[in-house]
Design a protein around this ligand. Structure first.
Ligand code: MLT
Length: 202
């Protein structure tokens, strides 16, 4: 997958897996990563699917309606890509923390829904429920931050709460952050994610 890898100068630093929103690229969240932890390594990936030229991490049939078969395939593909990158760049596979926005948050949530060892933690900005009617793996020991907007027309508060509840039931320690904003990522939300991150990497 097209990506950027930046090695931290600090030994044993976490690896921030950056996952952009629809129409984004692997450049988009680099500044965000610096705000969260400028000493972390970074693996920033571009989604392999193109929707009218806009990169995404999996296909959708309509706004908010996911192509489940493609979601499963792409989730496996990303999981494998992280495994291969850990070997290639020699980082600790068990110390990967996802930071995803919108479509990128949805594929990160899908990694959690399908693998118990893909992510140590995840900062999900405006995520949706990736899939319904499936049993999640045991995710005890995993921490998740969910940044949500009370007025987000794409990720409704009900859907955010469903995701939060489903992850909690699988053993995840979830922290929700609510603003009155819509789908956009605000500086206040990033600051809340940073405070969560500092606890999550302990
Ligand atoms: C998705 O398709 O993943 C969500 O609707 C968010 C987005 O617009 O990318």
């Amino acid at each position: 997958m097209k990506h950027i890898f930046k090695q931290s100068s600090k030994k044993n630093a976490p690896v921030l897996l950056l996952l952009h929103g629809t129409g984004g690229t692997e450049e988009d969240l680099l500044e965000l990563a610096k705000l969260i932890d400028e000493e972390a390594s970074v693996l920033s990936v571009r989604g392999n699917v193109s929707e009218n030229g806009m990169p995404r991490f999996f296909r959708r049939l309509a706004e908010g309606v996911f192509d489940e078969e493609d979601l499963l395939f792409r989730t496996g593909e990303l999981h494998e890509f992280i495994n291969e990158s850990a070997e290639k760049y020699e980082f600790d596979r068990s110390n990967v923390i996802a930071v995803g926005y919108s479509n990128g948050a949805n594929i990160a949530a899908s990694l959690l829904y399908h693998y118990n060892d893909s992510l140590k933690a995840a900062s999900l900005h405006h995520p949706m429920v990736p899939r319904r009617g499936v049993e999640l793996p045991d995710l005890s020991g995993t921490s998740v931050f969910i940044g949500a907007g009370e007025n987000d027309p794409i990720c409704t508060p009900e859907e955010t709460k469903e995701l939060s509840r489903t992850l909690s039931e699988a053993g995840v320690t979830v922290e929700e952050y609510w603003s009155q904003a819509g789908h956009q990522l605000t500086l206040e939300e990033v600051e809340a994610a940073k405070a969560w991150y500092q606890k999550a990497i302990q």
